[in-house]
Design a protein around this ligand. Structure first.
Ligand code: 0X9
Ligand code: ZN
Length: 411
């Protein structure tokens, strides 16, 4: 009996440790004008509020807020003339539904003895199993390179696809921001195209090597599956603060720490120092040590934007003409699939100044071409797109990836 009670207690605590988001609201402002941008400064500093979108002029801002703080945030936004409306009255059911769906699909897969596919999101173990299966099925093409370990000791696993030596490489990475779940399926779909569907993509693999890091922030990504669906940062504690984690996309050693001072509780906390996060240090070291990698694509969500440098200044980089023309050609190919539109431009001009970002470091320090996708979101549900969106997003994005691949600078 005692054992049973203890067991039930353990089961309950496990079942209930996942943050419910019950009562969390999402508020949406009017489309932003230039003079509105600074009104968000206090909201950005306060961890009570979670700004979802990469905000930009002419677009509304979406902010998630716990029930207890809805009135005060509404008041502030009203006073600031930002015309808030409520788009979601309760995030709880959205989070719960996503989880239930995954659970039931896993059950069906187990019953049918079928591997998971692009009809649902995969946790880190499932992603790793997929990468292992690719190596098992295509040993002549595929290999796994462990480029380092996360703070909590998870390996950072890069899948390399190559059919011969001496080629220029494309490196792609996703979920540097843990909650941006639509990223990994886009990378896995590309891997699938270059293996299972190689017959249609032979020329792509003949021309270049490919490196995929589907889980660039494994501790954060794991945490979104076990504890908090909308976690963004790494999971390394910050001495002297109760707030955990660093924004990996502010942790690179390029204009690091700009726009400060910073507090560990900010969503965009850049860390105690550049490359304070072992994941980002490993990422940077890998690119540094593999000079044949001549292009990097960082996959984020959401916002339907294709971004290039700089993030830390509105001045254009020296190679802006190339960056812009490749990006434009890639997005034209993407849009041709189903009409999805993207904004194209530099981070600082399209959204906001961002310091210590991945792609700025790649261009500024390594002098390699780098781009960032902000993939489509899930409508009102932002970071929780329905799984039915995976295939359409992955399919159209693959068309853009092929254009990027055609434009990798040769060795
Ligand atoms: O703020 C960020 O880090 C990015 N937006 S997100 O919603 N994914 O957090 C935008 C910064 C631009 N840089 C890259 N997308 N790499
Ligand atoms: Zn992101």
């Amino acid at each position: 009996m005692k054992v049973q009670v203890a067991l039930i207690a353990v089961l309950c605590s496990t079942a209930f440790s996942y943050k419910t988001y019950d009562g969390y609201h999402v508020l949406k402002t009017k489309p932003l004008a230039q003079e509105d941008v600074r009104k968000f400064d206090p909201i950005l500093k306060d961890p009570t509020f979670d700004i979802w979108t990469s905000f930009r002029l002419g677009e509304p801002v979406e902010i998630m807020v716990p029930e207890a703080n809805v009135t005060s945030l509404m008041g502030k936004l009203l006073r600031d003339g930002l015309e808030p409306t409520i788009t979601i009255h309760d995030m709880g059911p959205i989070i719960a539904k996503e989880r239930m769906e995954i659970k039931s699909m896993r059950k069906t897969e187990a019953l049918n003895g079928k591997a998971p596919s692009f009809d649902r999101f995969l946790d880190i173990d499932e992603i790793n199993a997929y990468l292992d299966s690719v190596v098992a099925d295509y040993p002549a093409l595929a290999s796994i390179i462990e480029i380092g370990n996360s703070f909590e000791g998870r390996p950072l696993r890069v899948l390399k696809l190559s059919n011969g030596p001496g080629k220029s490489g494309l490196f792609m990475e996703s979920v540097i921001h843990a909650r941006e779940w639509i990223g990994p399926p886009v990378l896995l779909y590309a891997i699938n195209e270059l293996t299972e569907n190689l017959a249609n993509n032979q020329a792509v693999l003949d021309a270049n090597d490919f490196y995929f890091l589907p889980v660039a922030n494994p501790d954060g990504y794991s945490y979104t599956w076990t504890n908090e669906r909308l976690w963004r940062k790494t999971r390394k504690p910050n001495p002297g603060s109760t707030c955990v984690g660093t924004d990996p996309n502010r942790n690179f050693d390029w204009a690091w720490g700009g726009g400060g001072p910073h507090d560990a509780c900010e969503a965009t906390f850049p860390g105690a120092a550049a490359f304070s996060e072992p994941e980002m240090q490993a990422y940077a070291d890998f690119l540094t040590n593999n000079p044949s990698i001549n292009m990097v694509i960082s996959v984020h969500s959401y916002g339907q934007m294709l971004l290039y440098s700089w993030g830390d200044t509105t001045a254009p980089p020296p190679n802006v003409a190339i960056l812009d023309s490749v990006a434009t050609e890639a997005i034209a190919a993407l849009t041709a699939v189903a009409g999805t539109t993207y904004d194209i431009g530099s981070i600082s001009n399209v959204i906001y100044l961002a310091y210590g970002g991945t792609i700025d470091w790649v261009l500024g320090v390594l002098d390699k071409q780098a781009y960032a996708f902000e993939l489509p979101g899930g409508g009102l549900a932002g970071f929780n797109p329905p799984p039915s969106l995976i295939v359409p997003v992955a399919t159209e994005t693959w068309e853009a990836i092929k254009v990027f691949a055609q434009n990798i600078p040769p060795l």
